[in-house]
Write a protein that binds this ligand. Structure first.
Ligand code: GLN
Length: 305
């Protein structure tokens, strides 16, 4: 495994065709696109990493997997009143479908869906309580108390996130969002601004690779049924309108973020985190996707194998 990762960093990690860093969030616009890290945490407790795998980055939409898990913990199947579970085929920040579908987002991983999930978590909590809960959940699954929000990134989105504000108001008009829009967006922007490195992120996905149970510590996080459902949503919806392409090329449940990270789950085998800040046209890490494609070719880990 170490040889495979070293080869990926030496080849794909050095590519000149790196895509473009997300610049609609000013705080992310200045991230050096030449960084590249990857970490594989296996279900038998081994951790392999290389490149810039200790460098913190903004996990952005990868956090939507964690906020969904927290919401399912509170509401169970009640969550599906806020969001659906179909791929959108639209960009991550699109508003178009919302009007046709009466304000109910297609799935929890597009921006509208994750904003609706933040509203669901806020049902009986203040934003600071909801955020404390999401952060402590992430620290628990990653087994790392040092994980924090990057408040500069959160502030940068609060200052510029008019599109997300529009989505939230639109859903409020339909009664999907029920809490004050400022509370909902404050919660959403902050959980997107959690900073992690590839090692922490790979550790955090182990419960999804272990059928709901962290295979290393033995601690059950969620039921196996719920883990399978989250994995299936990641496969179908984790890369927005690039989800089909990701399933075709990589064949693993995965969730990307505009910070350039991707968390991928090889059920029963490993949790994988890769980070390269440059994005492709639909907002997924360009080299991160290529790295996962190569990793799966070498390991045969596709869920369709
Ligand atoms: N916080 C980002 C946004 O709302 C998340 C988008 C993403 O990572 N795709 O635009």
């Amino acid at each position: 495994m170490q040889d495979i990762l070293d080869d990926i960093v030496a080849t794909i990690g050095k590519s000149d065709d790196r895509g473009n860093v997300a610049d609609y969030i000013p705080e992310l616009a200045g991230v050096d696109p030449n960084q590249f890290g990857i970490c594989v945490a296996t279900t038998d407790g081994q951790v392999f990493s290389t490149g810039d795998s200790e460098q913190l980055f903004s996990i952005q939409s990868i956090s939507k997997v964690f906020s969904l898990t927290v919401a399912l913990g509170h509401l169970g199947d009640g969550v599906w009143k806020w969001v659906g579970r179909e791929p959108s085929g639209d960009p991550f920040n699109s508003i178009v479908q919302l009007e046709h579908e009466h304000g109910k987002p297609r799935n929890p991983f597009i921006n509208a869906g994750a904003i609706a999930i933040a509203d669901a978590i806020l049902m009986k909590r203040l934003p600071k309580e909801a955020l404390a809960e999401i952060l402590s959940f992430v620290r628990f699954i990653a087994d790392d108390e040092s994980i924090c929000f990057d408040s500069k990134v959160a502030q940068s989105e609060l200052d510029t996130g008019e599109r997300n504000r529009a989505l939230a108001h639109f859903m409020k008009a339909y009664g999907i969002v029920k809490q004050p829009v400022d509370y909902v967006l404050g919660t959403y922007f902050h959980h997107c601004a959690i900073a992690m490195n590839c090692r922490q992120l790979a550790q955090s996905g182990l419960f999804l690779a272990g059928d709901g149970r962290n295979p290393v510590t033995g601690v059950r996080v969620i039921s196996s049924n719920r883990a399978r459902r989250i994995n299936s949503l990641m496969l179908m919806c984790g890369h927005y309108d690039g989800s089909g392409e990701f399933a075709f090329r990589v064949g693993l449940p995965g969730k990307s973020g505009v910070g350039g990270g991707i968390l991928a789950v090889a059920p029963g085998k490993a949790s994988i985190a890769v980070w390269s800040p440059g994005l492709d046209e639909v907002g997924n890490s360009k080299l991160g996707t290529a790295a996962l494609e190569r990793l799966v070719q070498k390991t045969g880990w596709s869920v369709f194998a």
